[in-house]
Design a protein around this ligand. Structure first.
Ligand SMILES: Nc1ncnc2c1ncn2[C@@H]1O[C@H](COP(=O)(O)OP(=O)(O)OP(=O)(O)O)[C@@H](O)[C@H]1O
Length: 620
């Protein structure tokens, strides 16, 4: 949950139920009924492209069950009709019975194969589409979403939840269509052969129903616990490993081990509980099934002796009775898979219902060409721009009036929490201002397409993130259609070329391999080259706080000066050297710009910046 948003009552309740699902998503404000409706809407939508495969599979399943039910009836006929003929020397009916029995077995095999193959094919197709949709939707969601919804949860959606759906899609049709049909066909067969046995069996169904209801209730609770604890395991694991530096840096391994052991134990206990419930249910159902077989055998045997029933029919009845109870077991176990699939579907649907808060403009406006602006683009203007992270949260940026002419280098300074990163995120449009507006070369940022905004404004973050791939590919992210010469030229200009060439495969070194592991300074230079290649009008730079050794520091500083060139730059500055190359310093305090001027002016004025400057100088 967003640190500042207050969860609603409903969210609190659900959060406790699902353990880790208190996501604070806008979509979570719905009632249970609305959420269920939305989930089934999603199910219908993802099934639409494969409805023919599923319908054909259903037809095959119906044929398969019919062929299954015919088996015992054929045996009864063979014993009661064909066998006496055979004893009399006429084998034709016995042969016919054999062929018919074989034919139904083959038909069963073929329809089982086709049904399974079609459902698997359709299920995998649906999952493939859904996985892609979750991925592409999640990466398009605005930064605000990602700051709330942890990566562990996103991974859970992609793994645990799609896996639950796989079970539903792959076995669902068999159980939902196949199992009840088999029961109905079997009941019809029994009743039409001998209504006394049919009645007995239906009577025995009553304790079976009670037993199954008990099992469903108990196992639903156990399964919900299993799901909650398994999601907790994933979230705990992902977050610990994601923050491994902090974990090791602060020696939190033992505490984490203990916490993980506790979460793991909860999971283990929940799993044991569910197995115990199943361990009671399944044998009890078997006993019940066998009891009815025994009763049918005794009652039927007595009726055979009294001439009311043929032997073959009795055998068929015993076979049918045995078979009648099998699907109940299957339906009951499936109920759990269905429950997890429905929960998974709800979570996926709620993620997919989340809309990016940063929307594409309905009527995009193009940025004026730099030539029209006298050659210098990148003028930023704040008109009463203010900002809150959430409707109920505090104002993080108070209405700001500011003009940054194109080409100016601005250093943003101020104590922690003053709002520097927030200003940077607003200019990069990771968030929209709550009030007022920010314009770039006279155009409101909200009127620019995301493509033209990303072309014009580039943010280089502290961690200088490198993606898996080669160094050249990493630089080319700045401009995907850049030629190799342009990539190398950008690295040369920034001063990264020399160290890149010393790497085992030069520009083609994979940054993930041992030889390609880069130092903090080198990573920064690569990200500078990437930004240089992108050649934006406005550059936003969150300067790394970790200090580098002297030669690297110098190389990074030189690279930075080149990168800045004469483009507009907004630097969240942590180093005195950087601040001193800025044309202008903005000092922020509690969400307001409290000082604004050249470094020299501000030092002379003797305010906050002068103090900061003195402290910096003393620390060198
Ligand atoms: N995603 C967020 N949700 C809610 N509040 C936030 C969020 N990010 C920042 N804040 C709050 O906004 C205020 C300004 O934060 P900001 O990150 O802009 O400060 P900063 O000046 O960049 O600090 P630092 O130098 O420590 O990075 C702080 O009070 C912070 O708690």
């Amino acid at each position: 949950m967003n640190s500042q948003g207050q969860p609603s009552q409903g969210q609190h309740r659900r959060g406790q139920l699902d353990g880790v699902e208190d996501t604070g998503l806008a979509a979570d404000q719905l009632s249970d009924q609305e959420r269920r409706k939305r989930s089934f809407g999603l199910l219908a939508e993802i099934m639409r492209p494969v409805k023919w495969q599923f319908s054909s599979a259903a037809v095959f399943i119906v044929i398969q069950q019919l062929a299954t039910v015919v088996g015992p009836a054929l045996i009864a006929w063979a014993i009661d009709t064909a066998l006496p003929d055979l004893i009399d020397g006429d084998a034709s009916l016995a042969i016919l019975a054999g062929i018919a029995y074989l034919a139904t077995a083959v038909l069963r095999a073929i329809t089982t194969y086709l049904g399974t193959w079609l459902t698997t094919l359709a299920g995998q197709k649906v999952l493939y589409g859904l996985r892609r949709r979750i991925f592409s939707h999640t990466q398009r969601l605005s930064l605000g979403f990602h700051e709330r919804y942890t990566s562990g949860r996103v991974i859970s959606r992609q793994t645990n939840d799609t896996e639950s759906l796989r079970e539903l899609l792959q076995t669902g049709l068999d159980v939902i269509v196949g199992a009840p049909l088999l029961m109905v066909f079997t009941a019809i067969a029994i009743l039409s052969m001998d209504w006394v046995t049919g009645l007995l069996m239906l009577l025995m169904l009553i304790p079976g129903v009670f037993l199954t209801r008990w099992f469903q209730r108990k196992s639903a609770e156990a399964y919900r616990d299993i799901r909650t604890h398994s999601a907790r395991l994933t979230v705990d694991f992902v977050e610990t490993m994601g923050g491994i530096r902090a974990v090791q840096g602060f020696r939190r391994e033992t505490e984490n081990d203990e916490r993980f052991a506790a979460v793991g134990l909860d999971y283990k206990n929940a799993a044991l509980r569910s197995i115990r419930i199943f361990g009671i249910y399944q044998p009890s159902l078997k006993v019940l099934g066998n009891l009815i077989v025994a009763i049918v055998l005794v009652v039927g045997g007595w009726r055979v002796l009294s001439g009311q029933l043929d032997v073959g029919v009795l055998l068929a009845l015993v076979l049918y009775t045995r078979r009648f109870f099998q699907p109940i077991d299957m339906i009951a176990s499936f109920y759990n898979s269905l429950q997890s699939a429905v929960a998974a579907l709800e979570k996926i649907a709620s993620l997919l219902a989340e809309e990016p808060t940063i929307r594409e403009p309905a009527h995009p406006v193009a940025l004026p060409a730099e030539s029209e602006l006298g050659g210098v683009g990148g003028t930023l203007e704040f008109h009463g721009a203010s900002f809150k992270y959430s409707a109920t949260g505090p104002t993080v940026l108070h209405p700001l009036e500011l003009r940054i002419p194109g080409g100016q280098t601005i250093a943003l300074v101020g104590q922690t929490g003053a709002g520097k990163s927030t200003v940077a995120k607003l200019v990069a449009r990771f968030y929209d201002v709550t009030d007022g507006q920010i314009t770039l070369d006279g155009v409101d940022l909200r009127s620019l397409t995301s493509q033209s905004l990303r072309d014009a404004v580039v943010m280089v973050t502290q961690e200088s993130y490198l993606f898996s791939g080669t160094i050249a590919e990493n630089i080319a992210i700045g401009r995907p259609n850049a030629t190799r010469e342009e990539i190398e030229a950008a690295a040369r200009t920034i001063g990264a070329d020399a160290f890149i060439r010393r790497l085992p495969q030069g520009y083609d070194t994979d940054v993930q391999t041992r030889g390609g592991r880069l130092s903090a300074g080198q990573r920064q230079l690569v990200s500078f080259a990437r930004a240089f290649l992108a050649d934006p009008r406005v550059l936003i730079l969150d300067e790394a706080t970790s200090s580098l050794d002297q030669p690297s520091e110098r190389a990074v500083q030189d690279g930075l000066t080149t990168l800045l060139g004469d483009r507009t730059a907004l630097i969240i500055a942590h180093r005195l050297a950087t601040v001193m190359v800025a044309d202008r310093v903005l000092v922020m305090h509690d969400g307001r710009v409290v000082e604004d001027g050249t470094p020299a002016e501000l030092i002379a004025a003797g305010g906050r910046f002068a103090q900061l400057h003195r402290a910096w100088r003393e620390s060198i």
